[in-house]
Design a protein around this ligand. Sequence first.
Ligand SMILES: Cc1cc2nc3c(=O)[nH]c(=O)nc-3n(C[C@H](O)[C@H](O)[C@H](O)COP(=O)(O)O)c2cc1C
Length: 222
Amino acid sequence: MDVYEAVASRRAVRGFADRPVPRETLERALAAAAWAPSGSNLQPWHAYVVTGGPLAGIKKRVGERLASGEPWDEAEYEMYPAALKSPYRERRSAFGEQRYGALGIGREDWEARQRAAAANWDCFGAPAALFCYLDRDMGRPQWSDVGMYLQTVMLLLRAEGLHSCPQMSWAKFHGTVAEVLSPPGELVLFCGMSIGFEDVAAGEARTGRAPLDETVTFVDGL
Ligand SMILES: Cc1cc2nc3c(=O)[nH]c(=O)nc-3n(C[C@H](O)[C@H](O)[C@H](O)COP(=O)(O)O)c2cc1C
C-alpha cells in the first residue's frame, strides 16, 4: 500500500469485527511508528497497547460508570476552545449532522447522541486499543509531536489491513483507564484509539474536507 492509499483509506472507523489482532502485527506497526518525527527528537509519546482482559476490564468499568450516571473525570486539558469560531463551528456542526444523521438521530436529541457516543467506550467493538499519554509539563509543540506520531500509527495500521479510530472521548474517563494501566502520575491521557478489522457491514459515510484553498495558501515565486 502506498502512502496516498494509506492516507485516503484511513478514516475514523466506528464498527469493528469480532476478530483478534495478532500481537506481532501491532508490534510491527508500533515499532515502525517510532520513526515519527518530533522536535529535538524528544519522542514525547507514551503509548499503552491494550487487548484481552485488561481492555475488557477498562470497558466494563467505564460501562458501569456510565450506567450509574457518574460524572466524567475532571478534564486535564481543553478539548476545544470554549467559543468555537467560524469556520470551525460550522465544520463541527456539519460533522455532527453527518455522524448522528446517519444513525437517524436528530439535531436536538441530546440524549440519543449521548447514547450513540457511549459506543466510544466500548471501542466500537474493537479488540485492541492504544492509550496515548504525554508528560503533563510538555508544551504545544510536543502535543503536536504526539499528533504526528498517532497519524503515523494509523497509517501503518492501514498498511497492515487494520483500521482505527482516534478518540479524545477516552480522556473523559482518564481515571478509570489509569486504574487498569497504572501510568506514572506525571502523564496525562491525550486520547485512546480503537484498533481492529473493520466490520464492513457497519458501513459509515466518508467525511468531507474543506476545499484546498480554504486551508492551504500557495505563495509562488516570481
Ligand atoms: C485527536 C482526535 C480525537 C478524536 N476523538 C474522537 C472521539 O472521541 N470519538 C470519535 O468517534 N471520533 C473521534 N475522532 C475522529 C474524528 O471525528 C474524525 O477524524 C473526523 O471527523 C474526520 O473523519 P475521518 O477521520 O473519518 O476522515 C477524533 C479524531 C482526532 C484526530
